[in-house]
Write a protein that binds this ligand. Structure first.
Ligand code: 13P
Length: 249
């Protein structure tokens, strides 16, 4: 059985006090035993504090890291360093990293490899731009982004989940309709089936991200191939985040 996951990507928001308050509020509510895994991706500067504060109600991940083990990479943090402070998950391939920080396929592959070598769980993000959707290129785009994973083994795929985040839905309030999201999640699961076979395909969690909120989460999570969400804005409020977690049973 694949895992259901509701993850909050805080991006570069909240100062120390605000983020500590949010984290405390989030972990103060125990999620139900048959509910999804609750996961947060705070800014990396707070990770070590939150790992210490954590009461086990959430898992903690890093939004970014460098693929090298160590060395002269001023300002960077490695997967091994994240592992050493108790971080469990990493995001790879978020559209903001791909576009604003020019992370190409080669870099993304190195990052996934580094994460796996350090026993971190990966959430690999994919998603098409508005232009690609309007020009009908979105199916090929998502196929080719998912295809990047083909170099990994079925064993390694056990540590990789996928988040489908259409770029036109991120931070815009324009959520993909359940029909649009379901079509893409079906496609991603089919692509995993082609690359790795039925068992891996059935066991891979595929999350939806892009203006997911307490209002639309339930409808999205009802779709058979949507296994939870990667939440931006709505994860910055503990009540909204918990409503979304409750919508994913
Ligand atoms: P929003 O939920 O704010 O649209 O952000 C989605 C996202 O990018 C999560 O990684």
């Amino acid at each position: 059985m694949r895992k259901k996951i509701v993850a909050g990507n805080w991006k570069m928001n909240l100062d120390r006090d605000e983020s500590k308050q949010l984290f405390s509020n989030i972990i103060s509510i125990k999620t139900s035993d048959n509910g999804p895994l609750a996961l947060v991706f705070p800014p990396s500067i707070y990770l070590a504090d939150f790992v210490k504060l954590n009461n086990g109600n959430v898992s903690i991940g890093a939004q970014n890291f460098h693929h090298a083990d160590k060395g002269a990479f001023t300002g960077e943090v490695s997967a091994g360093q994240l592992k050493s402070i108790g971080c469990e998950y990493v995001l790879v391939g978020h559209s903001e990293r791909r576009t604003l920080f020019m992370e190409d396929d080669q870099v993304l592959l190195l990052k996934i490899r580094a994460a796996l070598e350090n026993e971190l769980q990966v959430i690999y993000c994919c998603g098409e731009s508005l232009e690609e959707r309007e020009q009908g290129q979105f199916i090929n785009k998502i196929r080719s982004q998912v295809n990047l994973l083909k170099t990994f083994s079925t064993e390694e795929m056990k540590s990789i989940s996928i988040a489908y985040e259409p770029i036109w839905a991120i931070g815009t309030g324009k959520t993909a309709s359940p029909k649009q999201a379901a079509e893409m999640h079906d496609l991603i699961r089919e692509e995993i089936n082609v690359l790795f076979g039925a068992e891996t395909s059935e066991n891979t969690s595929i999350l939806y991200g892009g203006s997911c909120s307490p209002k639309n989460a339930h409808e999205l999570f009802m779709c058979k191939n949507i296994d939870g969400g990667l939440i931006g804005g709505a994860s910055l409020d503990a009540n909204s985040f918990h409503s979304i977690i409750s919508a994913c049973q």
